[in-house]
Design a protein around this ligand. Structure first.
Ligand code: SF4
Length: 345
């Protein structure tokens, strides 16, 4: 593996988490893993959703696609009996026509019953939306965690801790403890956990403190020039618990839809050089012509080495329906579905 590839490291962390989260303890509940999710202001490399097992299975009735906040606003308040939608739903604070659009979208997806009576749109729930998200863990991946990376990241992690959107925040770094300890002591907030990742294994060398996502948080808007310890002129704002609840659910729904294997959607598994290599941590993309685990930014349409699969691979003479590129997509999709009980291929 190219040790500089944060992308490959990130996939390793995701695969390790899917198999072995939580570190050093027995798993007591299902987890979903995703990458590159967060808010408009902050995106985490790896996200772990710890789920209530029964509620996770109940979530599958709503399909594999995420439910956005507009759909959730409808589904969470949809009544058991046929009701005019304006009597059933709280005032959205925006024009009702957008609510009607969401209702029709939910109806088209088969997750809400709708009918019109006397010119009035009525709704009835099919199922209650389950409370399936227990905890959200955010991991920042830094394979090369030297002192300067720690300084930059340290500020960001302080912001994460202050906002308290996730239940736990971690830094994952490649095994190389000597280089790491100095950075740990100086710059990483004590609330943040530290994981040393080595292929399929990881060791927690610092346990995080649980944050408080149900309580108000603090957003550090601006820091003084004098450094992280000079807080005299910093500017803060209040983070509302309702905002956090909505954002957490939006992150969890995205994680449910995408998982971490969606990287293949932006790569070129239809290139004849694309392979999935079975490494101890799981499968990693591998480029046969570059002889390395290629990154997502290399492996796209503009890649000068790209060569399409020969047509014969997709028809007779190839044992996988649709050719190896399609087979790779299906394999990754099946792996994703394994962690989402109740969903079918
Ligand atoms: S040659 Fe380019 S497009 Fe093909 S697998 Fe390698 S990186 Fe991806």
């Amino acid at each position: 593996m190219d040790p500089d590839s944060e992308f490959v490291f990130e996939l390793q962390v995701c695969q390790w988490a899917e198999l072995s989260w939580p570190p050093g303890r027995e798993r007591t509940q299902p987890v979903l893993i995703a990458r590159q999710l967060g808010t408009e202001r902050r995106r985490w490399d790896t996200i772990i959703i710890e789920c209530d097992p029964d509620a996770l299975e109940a979530r599958s009735r709503f399909g594999r696609e995420r439910l956005d906040s507009d759909l959730l606003d409808v589904l969470r308040y949809a009544p058991d009996e046929w009701t005019w939608y304006r009597d059933a739903l709280p005032d959205p604070g925006y024009p009702w026509r957008y609510v009607r659009e969401s209702i029709h979208r939910a109806g088209d997806r088969g997750i809400l019953e709708t009918r019109t009576r006397g010119n009035r749109l009525q709704i009835r729930r099919r199922w209650a939306y389950p409370d399936w998200v227990d905890r959200i863990v955010a991991i920042e991946n830094k394979p090369d965690f030297d002192a300067s990376a720690a300084r930059v990241l340290g500020e960001q992690l302080q912001r994460d801790v202050a906002v308290g959107l996730a239940d736990e925040v971690w830094v994952a770094t490649a095994d190389g403890q000597e280089r790491f300890e100095r950075a740990l002591l100086e710059d990483v907030p004590v609330e943040v956990g530290i994981l040393l990742v080595d292929g399929a294994d990881a060791e927690a060398i610092w346990q995080p403190r649980s944050l408080s996502p149900t309580e108000p948080g603090t957003r550090i808007e601006e820091r003084p020039e004098g450094g992280t310890r000079d807080a005299s002129a910093a500017r803060f704002s209040y983070v509302d618990p309702d905002w956090k609840r909505e954002k957490r659910l939006a992150i969890a729904e995205r994680a449910y839809e995408r998982g971490f294997r969606s990287y293949v959607d932006t790569m070129r598994p239809d290139c004849r050089h694309f392979e999935l290599r079975d490494v101890p941590a799981g499968f990693l993309p591998y480029c046969g012509t570059k002889a390395c685990h290629q990154t997502g930014s290399e492996c796209r349409g503009g890649c000068p080495e790209y060569e399409p699969e020969p047509p014969t691979w997709r028809t007779r003479g190839w044992p996988i329906d649709g050719g190896p590129g399609a087979g790779i997509r299906r394999l990754l999709d099946r792996q994703r579905l394994r962690t989402r009980p109740g969903l079918e291929e």
